[in-house]
Design a protein around this ligand. Structure first.
Ligand code: GDD
Ligand code: MG
Length: 397
C-alpha cells in the first residue's frame, strides 16, 4: 500500500484528529530499504508490516439476518492472518438463521484454515459470564445481552481481548465487495502502523457509494447521515479551538479499527450512535474541556486517522431510508446530550432535526444509552465464564 501522510491535524487537549489520507497504490510492491520510506509525503507500507499488524488484529463482523452469500464474501476478503469474530444477532426462529450462519462459517473455516469464531450475542453463557465479570450494563430485562450492533461489538471486543489481540477492527457483514473488505483491513493496518501512541483509531472514509440515478450508476461521495454528523462535529471542534474546520469526515464510519488499549478505555453508546460517540467521548474525556480521568492517555495523545478507500462501498441498500433518519437522530442525540455541547450548537441540532421532521415540536433529541468503559470488566472472571464453550476453544488456539 502507498499512502499519503496526513497533511492537516486538529488538536484539542490530548486528542489529535488527522485529516483524510489518500491511498495512491493498493499494492506498493516490495519496499526496498528505509531510504524509500524517509522524508516522503507519500509513503510505502511494507507487506511484512501489514501482515504483522493483521496477525495481532481481531476483525469483528457483526451480523443480523444478512444473506449468507454476503457474509461468505466478507470472510473471503479478510486477510488470513487476522482472527475473525463473527458476532450474530440473527433470529433463531421460526427459521434458525444463526445455525445456517454457523454452518457456513465452520465450513469456511475448514476449507481455509482461517481462525474464525462465531458467537450469538444472545447466548446465555455470555450473559452469565458478563454478570460474573461485573459488567451487567450490557444486559436487558431478560438477562441477555441487548439487541444492537454496538452491543455485539462490545461482546466481540471482550473476546478479542481474551485472545490477547492488540488491535480490533470492524467490518459490516452486508458488504458486496470482498475486495473492499480486504482494502479496509489493509488500511486499518497502514493507519495503525503510522501511530505514535498506544491509543489510536483508524476510520475509513469511503471513496464512493454506487447508486442508480436516472437509470445510470452514480457514485455518491457523501453519506446522507455522515454529512450532517460531520458538520456538527466540526462545529464542536471549531467552537473550542476558535478556528472553523472540516477535519472530521468520518462521523459515522462503521468501518473502523483501534488499539485494544483505546477500545477498552472508550465509553460506547448503544445502537447506531456508537461511532459518533467515539468522537464525543474522546473530546469529553481527553479534550481537556472537562476533567481528564486518564493521566496515562494525556502523556501520549489519542490519534485518529481517517483514510479514504479506493474501492466503492457497496452494502445492502434494501434496508431503506427510514433507517438514515434514525441514524441521524441517534448521532446528533449523542452530541446534544454531551456536557461539552455548547447551547448554540444544541439549538442548531434541534432546528436541524425538526426541519427534517425527525423531531416533533415538543420533543428533544434522544439521549443515548452509554456503556461504561470495558476496562472495568474483570477479564479473568469473564474468561472463566466462557471457558469450555466452542467459541473460546477457537479463540485461545
Ligand atoms: N451482532 C449484531 N447485532 N449485528 C447487527 C445488529 C445487531 O443487533 N444489527 C445490525 N447488525 C449488523 C448488520 O448485519 C450489518 O452487517 C451491520 O451490523 C451494519 O448494520 P446495517 O443495518 O447494515 O447498518 P447501515 O449499513 O445502515 O449503517 C452502517 O454504516 C453506518 C455509516 O454510514 C453501520 O455500520 C453504522 O453503524 C454506520 O454508522
Ligand atoms: Mg449496511
Amino acid at each position: 500500500m502507498r499512502i499519503e501522510v496526513p497533511r492537516e491535524a486538529e488538536r484539542l487537549g490530548a486528542t489529535l484528529f488527522y485529516g483524510v489520507q489518500q491511498v495512491y497504490e493498493l499494492d506498493a510492491g516490495l519496499v526496498r530499504g528505509e531510504a524509500e520510506a524517509l522524508d516522503r509525503i507519500i509513503q510505502p507500507v511494507a507487506y511484512e508490516a501489514i501482515e504483522a499488524v493483521c496477525s495481532a488484529m481481531a476483525v469483528v463482523v457483526p451480523v443480523r439476518g444478512e444473506r449468507i452469500k454476503l457474509l461468505e464474501g466478507v470472510l473471503a476478503g479478510i486477510p488470513h492472518a487476522c482472527l475473525v469474530i463473527v458476532v450474530s444477532n440473527s433470529d433463531r426462529e421460526p427459521i434458525d438463521r444463526f445455525t445456517l450462519e454457523l454452518n457456513a462459517v465452520l465450513k469456511y473455516r475448514r476449507l481455509t484454515g482461517k481462525q474464525v469464531v462465531v458467537v450469538h450475542q444472545r447466548d446465555a453463557v455470555l450473559a452469565d459470564a458478563l454478570v460474573e465479570a461485573g459488567y451487567e450494563a450490557l444486559l436487558d430485562e431478560s438477562g441477555r445481552v441487548r439487541h444492537g450492533k454496538a452491543e455485539g461489538m462490545l461482546v466481540a471486543t471482550l473476546l478479542a481481548a481474551l485472545a490477547g489481540k492488540r488491535y480490533i477492527g470492524f467490518i459490516d457483514s452486508d458488504n458486496y465487495f470482498p475486495g473492499a473488505v480486504l482494502e479496509y483491513v489493509r488500511e486499518y493496518a497502514a493507519g495503525l502502523l503510522a501511530r505514535h501512541s498506544d491509543y489510536a483509531m483508524v476510520r475509513i472514509h469511503w471513496h464512493s457509494k454506487p447508486k442508480i440515478v436516472r437509470e445510470a450508476l452514480f457514485f455518491a461521495k457523501f453519506g446522507r447521515a455522515t454529512v450532517v454528523t460531520n458538520r456538527f462535529l466540526n462545529a464542536l471542534i471549531g467552537y473550542y479551538t476558535g478556528f472553523e474546520t472540516e477535519v472530521i469526515r468520518t462521523g459515522n464510519a462503521g468501518e473502523h479499527a483501534m488499539t485494544m488499549e483505546l477500545a477498552l478505555k472508550l465509553s460506547h453508546a448503544s445502537g447506531y450512535a456508537v461511532e459518533t460517540r467515539h468522537f464525543v467521548d474522546l473530546l469529553e474525556r481527553f479534550g481537556s474541556i472537562l476533567e481528564n480521568p486518564s493521566p496515562d492517555v494525556l502523556d501520549q495523545y489519542v490519534e485518529v486517522f481517517q483514510i479514504e478507500s479506493r474501492n466503492p462501498h457497496m452494502h445492502d441498500i434494501s434496508k431503506g431510508d427510514r433507517h438514515i433518519g434514525s441514524m441521524m437522530a441517534a448521532s446528533l442525540g449523542v452530541l446534544y446530550s454531551s456536557p461539552i455541547c455548547p447551547p448554540e450548537l444544541r439549538a442548531e441540532i434541534v432546528a436541524e432535526l425538526r426541519r427534517r421532521r425527525l423531531l416533533r415540536k415538543d420533543e428533544l433529541p434522544p439521549a443515548p444509552t452509554l456503556y461504561p468503559p470495558l476496562e472495568r470488566v474483570d477479564l479473568e472472571a469473564f474468561a472463566e465464564g466462557v471457558a469450555g464453550e466452542p467459541f473460546t476453544a477457537a479463540l485461545l488456539r
